[in-house]
Design a protein around this ligand. Sequence first.
Ligand code: F6R
Length: 368
Amino acid sequence: EKDGFDWFMRKEIFEQPRAVADALLGRHTESGALQLDEVRISEQELRDIDKIIIVACGTSCYAAMVAKYAIEHWTRIPCEVELSHEFRYRDPILTRQTLVVAISQSGETADTLMAIRYAREQRSKVLAICNTNGSTIPRESDAVIYTHAGPEIGVASTKGFVTQLIACYLLGLYLAQVRGTKFGDEIAAVVDDLARMPEHVQAVLDRADEVYAIAAQHAATRSVLFLGRHAGFPIALEGALKLKELAYIHAEGFAAGELKHGPIALIEEGLPVFCVVPPRGRDELHQKMVSAIQEIRARGAHTIVLAEEGDESIAPYADVLIRLPRVPTLLQPVVAVVPLQLFACELATQMGHDVDQPRNLAKSVTVE
Ligand code: F6R
């Protein structure tokens, strides 16, 4: 049932092109207009929303962080992201005009469930993004977007995560359509970009061996850092979480702009640092990331750079270069996360750990 793979996780990583395609299936008409038929909140109610709060835990919360960049950009609705367990106990400001979005692969995470129960008591609308049909969180929500990744068996979320990203983009575009903050042709252009994501993810997977070779080089590493900016920042956090969970080593993700505010002190000779470089389309972001990479390299970091095809500016500062397909900045997380998943899976395998059942972890966390 692992289809010849050693781990369910590796199988699920390689299923991502199909999972992304399924997450998109039937969501838009020929004309490019979006239809999310599981959204049982009226269009008028959606037009009245004045704030979005996305609640989630772990990897799902990193999907939420990516969603914030896209949703605010496309809809101009203020969007907050909060860990479910922090949200619930801080007396958050919720009204009937607040849309609370709960992202949960399993649909059973107790912290997220408690958060949506609280939100509904305050009369806010709740929309779930979930992978598990009929699970508790979607049942208790006003609306649901299913991610259609298929069952995820590896404890570490992979195809669950990328399909959460797709669902978040669809939600953002749908809100933009209903509220008229984007023209139909602009939405259709993003939908076209999304439709090409399965082949882009496949292109990254086709070069998995390059990532495995990097893992082999670092099998004795005790610490790895990850840097990103903008939508690449949550991907840095996700890369670090995967490594903690699977390889049990110290791993941290940072926003590259934070380096000089502290973390740069961690850089020492030979320390592996993954750097997610934004596409060149966003010049100011790209340039700043290049400078950050120069800075850490000058201090001895071993830089493993993820940059888009054709981006030559980065080559002199990359000890290793991982090429990503050329995609818009907001969609880059879908392709950028894949080498980080492969790296964590492979490093843990080389270290002799059980990748599908990491120690101390459970697939769904049903206690608060
Ligand atoms: C990490 C991982 C966890 C989950 C988190 C939330 O690989 O899988 O961090 O993302 O426990 O789970 P769900 O999405 O089921 O609410």
